[in-house]
Design a protein around this ligand. Sequence first.
Ligand SMILES: [Zn+2]
Length: 475
Amino acid sequence: MAESFSFYNSLTRSVDEFVPRIPGKVSMYTCGPTVYHYAHIGNIRTYIMQDVLVKALMYAGYDVKRVMNITDVGHLSSDADTGEDKMLAGAKREHKSVMEIAKFYTDAFFNDFCAVGNKMPDVIEPATACIPEFINMIEVLLDKGYAYQAGGNIYFDTSKLDDYYVFSSAIEKEQLEVGVRDDVEEDVNKKNKTDFVLWFTKSKFEDQALKWDSPWGVGYPGWHIECSCIAMKHLGKQMDIHCGGVDNMFPHHTNEIAQSESFLGHRWCGYWFHSNHLNDRAGKMSKSKGAVLTVSVLKEKGYDPLVYRFFCIQSHYRKPLEFSFEVLDNAAATFGKLIKRISELGEDGAVDDSVKKDYEARFREALSGDLNTSMAITVLYDALKADTNDATKLAIIESFDKVLSLDLLGHAKSLKEGASDIDPELLKYINEQIGKRAEAKKAKDFATADEIRNDLLSRGVEIKDTREGVKWQLI
Ligand SMILES: [Zn+2]
């Protein structure tokens, strides 16, 4: 039986209790990458927070089916259907065919995606594999009067909808309308400023790389149609949760809803999960700023990708997060300390199930309260301090790591194994000195005890008195 779970739903603009259509089952769609360039760490933040959502739902007892698209059709460089073909620009830049570029960046994306501990989606569908589905949806939209042909392209007619701006308040609507009007390149074929292209036959780009036959001539699909069709292909005519970054809300997700619900004639998706930006000091991270900071680059600089995950999940997904190497260094230091503490735990008896269950309940409660990941991490620290044996603590950590995916026990094991590589002579010496120090303390000879501690410290060994006895570690 799945437990109750709540998160912020952009559609209702409130934290809603999640009620899936089929009890215990979740169908979820995620907007995937556009594979003409690397995904920067800001994009990866979005996927980390979605992964935590998936795993938190699984932890609460749900079965989750997650679908992701790959935008390998050359859509345009701005959401407003203007600009150059991004895929083609990537291909030209690197003297490769468009499909070679797509394959290269798809692989690079999933390398980084997995390096930060994310679970692969259950279905990954490239847009180029779904052209018949796109054409079918566009035909239905034309038949129903929601779309029109102009200047060789097919457009969605946003004036046919009572409420096009589904995610926006009245004030935001006005701002968006102004924003759309101010768009530099005006498409004269559009009846309304917010109309968007479903199918292009008159490409603005003479050397448009990928084209397909359609009832309206040779051309290619607009971007938004991809997600609607791919979601429906794998999840049916309704689904539970649609995920993306806040910058997808308008126009991308707004347009997805417009065309999907016009096509279906009913509500498509009841819960929309959006995570906020990663900023650097200069503002929002984006690809257009030149050198792209990727997870692979972090790795080359010596950072564990899971430290980046730890950095992300320390903050709430709905808040913008500011990135700098300084804050990443802080996260790395905190993570290192956490791993050290875990590595000091030993298998010392039976797991106390009732204690474990209590902590699991607190952990679930944090996550089911709008994915409060920093609270979930606090529960982890509380468990480390708990009045219980090490075996129970280890069992709790293993359980929490199903969601956190920080490989906590693996890191702790490596640290321990690193310590066991120590010179056997030194190890013998450490153990002898710890024994002598214990005797000195027993005899209340604290000066000698301190001397021994300092002697070990000078040899790079730190000893600590804990409730479980004396522990040591290399520093
Ligand atoms: Zn999408």
